[in-house]
Design a protein. Structure first.
Lengths: 59, 131
C-alpha cells in the first residue's frame, strides 16, 4: 500500500481522505498493525484499480 | 482531502470534546460526592435524577455519534477496550468474592470495581492504539 501510495505521490492523510478513513488508519494498515475490513480492502483495491490480492498478500 | 472526510473529522473532534466534558462532569460529581459523604443522601434527589439523566442520555448519544462518525480503526480500538474492561470485570469480581468469602479481603465494592474496570478498558485502548 505504501508503494502504491508513493507512486501517486499521495500522503497518508490524502489517501485516508480518498478512502474516508483517518491518516492513523492508513498508517496502521501500512505498518501491518491493523488488517482492514473486507469493504475497506475492496475500496483500496478499487481506488488503485487493482484486485485485492494484488494489494494485500496472504502471509 | 474530500469534504466528507473533513466534515467527519470536524464531527469527530466535536464529539470528542462533548464526551470529554461529560466525562469531566461525571468525574467531578463523583469526586465531590465522595468528599462530601460516601453514602446515600449526598445529593438532593431532584439534582440526582437530573445528573443521572444528563449523564446517561449524554453518554449514550455522544457514544453513538462518536462511533458512527469514527472510522473502522477507531471502532476496532474501542471494541478492544470494551473487551479488556469486560474481561477484567468477569475475572476480578469472582476472584474478589472468593477471597472475601475466605475472609481475606473486604467485601467487593461496586464503585471500586467500576473504577478498576474503567482503568482496564483505558489500558486496553491505549495498548491497541499505541502499540
Amino acid at each position: 500500500l505504501k508503494v502504491l501510495r508513493a507512486e501517486r505521490d499521495w500522503s497518508q492523510a490524502e489517501l485516508g481522505g480518498r478512502l474516508g478513513v483517518s491518516r492513523q488508519a492508513v498508517n496502521a494498515i501500512e505498518t501491518g498493525k491493523y488488517d482492514p475490513s473486507l469493504p475497506l480492502a475492496f475500496k483500496i483495491a478499487r481506488l488503485f484499480e487493482l484486485r485485492i490480492e494484488d494489494v494485500f498478500a496472504d502471509e | 482531502m474530500s469534504e466528507e472526510y473533513k466534515s467527519q473529522r470536524r464531527r469527530y473532534w466535536a464529539i470528542f470534546a462533548v464526551s470529554l466534558v461529560i466525562a469531566l462532569a461525571a468525574a467531578s460529581t463523583f469526586v465531590a460526592a465522595e468528599r462530601m459523604k460516601r453514602d446515600a443522601g449526598a445529593v438532593d434527589p431532584l439534582i440526582a435524577i437530573l445528573l443521572a439523566a444528563v449523564f446517561v442520555i449524554g453518554t449514550v448519544i455522544a457514544n453513538w455519534i462518536y462511533l458512527r462518525s469514527s472510522d473502522e480503526l477507531v471502532r476496532a480500538n474501542n471494541y478492544a477496550a470494551a473487551f479488556w474492561g469486560m474481561a477484567f470485570l468477569l475475572i476480578a469480581y469472582p476472584a474478589w468474592l472468593i477471597l472475601w468469602m475466605g475472609q481475606l479481603v473486604p467485601e467487593p465494592n461496586a464503585r471500586d470495581l467500576y473504577l478498576m474496570t474503567g482503568i482496564a478498558a483505558t489500558v486496553g485502548y491505549v495498548w491497541n492504539r499505541f502499540r
